[in-house]
Design a protein around this ligand. Sequence first.
Ligand code: ADP
Ligand code: MG
Length: 254
Amino acid sequence: MNEFMVEAEHVHKTYGENHVLRGISMQVRPGEVSCLLGPSGSGKSTFLRCINRLETIEGGKILVDGELVGFRERNGKLQELTASELAAQRRDIGMVFQRFNLFPHLTALENIVCSPVMVKGERKDVATAHARELLDQVGLSEKAHAYPSELSGGQQQRIAIARALAMRPKLMLFDEPTSALDPELVGEVLEVMQQLAASGMTMIVVTHEIGFAREVADTVTFMDEGVVVEQGAPDEVLGHPREARTRDFLSKVL
Ligand code: ADP
Ligand code: MG
């Protein structure tokens, strides 16, 4: 096993004139939960999208499980991966967004079964058995045949998590998974994520849920304006922030 599941070194990303990521470095060990905090516009979503190569980076490098994201090294030179190689790399990384993005015309079970069958060529009975286990894991066995419109936001987000897990990812990325939910539905989603963390999944979680970060994270990274301002154990970064920018942010979200 590699020492790090994710290793990002001096990552730079620009959109036109906008230098969004200005040398982001972070490491996540297998089985760790890493929470990423920061004000809106600081580059958190962009960074997650770079990890699964929904965006290309202009400087630095990112390795996932020891493999360079988006490139291969040959004779000391970097070559871009082909579209199918990239798709293969991306398959191992699950992503859950703020909006649940479930297919509205498919039931909960069908939403979970479809990717393993279509993308990985898994046998339908195998994928269905796995999907039922995942429905159980997220506490929604009885909703297997419900359509997204018949589910609450919290239930839809739990199905979205199950759907990502159906691909048997080695890394899960969460981009503000509870930000679009009514407050009373946040807890059930965080609980599923906490259980997933306890099961040993490696996770990077962008969140404003400081309680979750404090309880579940191994490492907290505070980002602002495309740089890492502060990084460390939750007790340090959240309990005794060294930087004024971190303190200022925390005073606004707590
Ligand atoms: P955060 O997730 O921390 O709120 P983002 O990563 O979404 O921040 O955005 C960081 C900056 O990058 C913002 O200035 C945003 O406007 C810009 N940005 C994000 N995505 C794009 C895009 N696809 N094209 C152009 N600019 C973008
Ligand atoms: Mg964002």
